[in-house]
Design a protein around this ligand. Structure first.
Ligand SMILES: *Cc1c(COP(=O)(O)O)cnc(C)c1O
Length: 383
């Protein structure tokens, strides 16, 4: 939410661009994934302010669609979700922050315990409270970030005073190559996960992010935890995107200028007009998360925007506060000061922008800036 002071500058029509989050599309994506994963529960990864989209509005909309379990990365993010949803189940993926167990208890959060130290600390804390508090245990099946290793699992299995000190609400692991359904590593991770979790107390299991959810029942277990697919990003590298776009970014032309043949545009004079050209200036730049790396010369897949029903490629480097777009091929009466520009929307997807920038849709969404007017279409009523 914009604060009192900044509000006038962030309202549509005053801000340089408007970011619209389609909560109906978000809900449709949730429902689609829920149908796909069958009897398994469909939870939602809402870390990073729900991938930059806005955690509060996102969790309220997902909750209304039937989502009851949410994964965040950090304690502060969990507090925001808890404030919005007093009764939801909230897991903190980064685990138990040392000495902060009382905060988890107070907000009824479940740490995803990712090391023996964390398991021991939670267990000791529970013993001190005289209460077996719920937590997830993260097993590493090959990604080598967080989670118990095979020797850790064996050691925990042999230490009942630690192992049995808390409620095992979930045993989870995380896929490294879910965006590549054919990667052998996916099956290897499932195999190792299955081998390790039987040595531990019985608990519901979870493995799949968005990619894993689309990769079939072998990855669903008792709960799936999609993130990017909810927000309209394509979870798979090379296939058509089965999800609906959720985010759109619209701006309008500041001015159109003529550049004679031989003239250059922008920093580094990186673009040269090969013919008399018309260049539209659009007030979105790398400050706003429109990556500088989107502009590349000598490519047959140039970055661009949609103006007046047509694609228009970038002409010159992305600046901090603006991009420059070649609109020479669009009838001149159709493009002028104030003409609407689609940067992301029905014609240009988050995945397109990611491809141009040489990155992934996750980074495009989470980089989208603080200077836009933000509009949530069809928000559910506040609880
Ligand atoms: C971010 C995350 C997810 C969701 O991943 P997507 O690829 O966005 O679906 C699931 N599980 C864990 C552990 C994560 O960190």
């Amino acid at each position: 939410m914009a604060g009192m002071n900044s509000e006038p500058y962030l309202s549509p029509g005053v801000a340089g661009a408007t970011l619209t989050v389609d909560l109906t599309a978000l809900s449709a994506n949730f429902t689609k994934l829920k149908m796909l994963c069958g009897p398994a529960e469909c939870a939602a990864a809402v870390k990073g302010d729900a991938y930059g989209i806005g955690a509060r509005q996102t969790v309220l909309a997902l909750h209304e669609s039937g989502c009851r379990t949410f994964f965040v990365a950090q304690l502060g993010e969990a507090a925001e979700v808890r404030a919005a949803l007093p009764h939801a189940t909230i897991y903190v993926l980064n685990g138990l922050v040392a000495a902060l167990a009382p905060a988890y208890r107070k907000m009824r959060l479940r740490p995803v315990l990712g090391s023996l130290d964390e398991v021991a600390e939670w267990s000791a804390y529970c013993r001190g409270c005289g209460e077996k508090l719920a937590a997830a245990v993260h097993i590493d099946s090959g990604i080598n970030r967080l989670g118990l290793s095979a020797p850790d699992v064996d050691s925990l299995a042999r230490t009942p005073e630690i192992r049995d000190g808390f409620e095992w609400a979930l045993i989870m692991s995380h896929l490294a190559c879910a965006d590549m359904p054919d990667a052998a590593m996916n099956r290897d991770q499932v195999e190792l996960f299955d081998e390790l979790r039987v040595r531990l107390p019985r608990a519901p299991a979870s493995m799949a992010n968005s990619g894993g959810t689309l990769n079939g029942a072998a990855y669903h277990y008792d709960m799936v935890r999609p993130g990017i697919a909810l927000y309209g990003g394509n979870p798979h590298n090379r296939t058509a995107n089965p999800m609906q776009g959720v985010v759109s970014l619209a701006s309008s032309v500041l001015q159109v200028r003529d550049v004679p043949a031989g003239g250059t545009v922008g920093y580094g004079a990186a673009w040269t007009a090969e013919r008399p050209s018309r260049i539209a200036i659009v007030p979105v730049g790398y400050f706003d998360g429109y990556f500088r790396s989107t502009f590349r010369t000598g490519t047959d897949d140039p970055a661009g925007v949609f103006i007046a029903g047509a694609f228009a490629p970038l002409a010159g480097r992305v600046s901090m506060d603006m991009i420059t777009v070649d609109v020479t091929d669009i009838a001149s009466e159709k493009v002028h000061r104030g003409t609407k520009v689609e940067l992301i929307g029905p014609n240009i997807s988050v995945n397109d922008v990611a491809r141009w920038a040489g990155t992934i849709p996750y980074e495009v969404l989470t980089a989208l800036g603080s200077r836009f007017a933000r509009v949530y279409s069809n928000p559910p009523l506040e609880q």
